[in-house]
Design a protein around this ligand. Structure first.
Ligand SMILES: Cc1cc2nc3c(=O)[nH]c(=O)nc-3n(C[C@H](O)[C@H](O)[C@H](O)COP(=O)(O)O)c2cc1C
Length: 173
């Protein structure tokens, strides 16, 4: 088992999956529990997670995501949707516009790290038709799908991609 910093260092987006190797139920549960352990505004967890195993649905999601076929090849796709109404009930407009999106995004980021720690890989897909995804999954009108995560065992090794230098990103006051 990797420690936290190794997990962060080794996580990378891989878009080729071992299509015949399923994700074990215990690992999937651990990923979902880790996502739901993420911080959220007011501890409200203003998001919904849809778990898709079904191949037909994964194919439809791939079509709705600019034909990114790896979504249909990964054995599991997790969809993180914001629930702004839930957050607005406590925090008004700021809750709806910002907190719900942040809650869902942080949960998805935690899920990606848990996937890596469990020896698997994931890719975050943000390029998709929101309305089509909503219809494919039967989401409520007030649920906003934000990220589709393809999850599975990698079928290739990917290099770590270079990052901007810290000095470019960070300022100290
Ligand atoms: C908001 C967001 C949207 C993204 N959308 C896509 C996408 O539609 N398709 C894709 O292949 N990768 C997508 N990615 C993955 C990035 O391309 C990837 O994280 C980045 O190139 C860094 O590589 P790494 O994850 O291996 O470190 C997205 C990532 C984020 C955070």
């Amino acid at each position: 088992m990797w420690d936290f910093f190794e997990t962060v260092r080794h996580r990378r987006s891989i878009r080729k999956y071992q299509t015949d190797t399923p994700v074990e139920a215990e690992k999937l549960n651990a990923v979902l529990e880790t996502a739901c352990a993420a911080p959220s505004a007011g501890d409200i967890q203003a998001y919904h997670i849809t778990v898709v195993h079904n191949e037909q649905i994964r194919k439809k999601l791939a079509e709705a995501a600019s034909r990114q076929q790896f979504l249909s090849e990964a054995p599991v796709v997790l969809i993180f949707s914001a629930e702004p109404v839930r957050s607005a009930a406590r925090f008004g407009e700021r809750g709806a516009k910002i907190y719900a999106l942040q809650d869902a995004t942080i949960a998805a980021a935690y899920a990606q790290l848990a996937v890596a720690a469990a020896g698997m890989t994931s890719t975050w897909v943000g390029d998709f038709n929101e309305q089509q995804v909503r219809e494919i999954l039967g989401l409520e009108a007030d649920q906003i799908p934000l990220s589709l995560l393809s999850v599975g065992y990698p079928a290739e090794v990917a290099e770590l991609s270079p990052r901007r230098h810290l000095d470019e990103i960070i300022s100290w006051r």
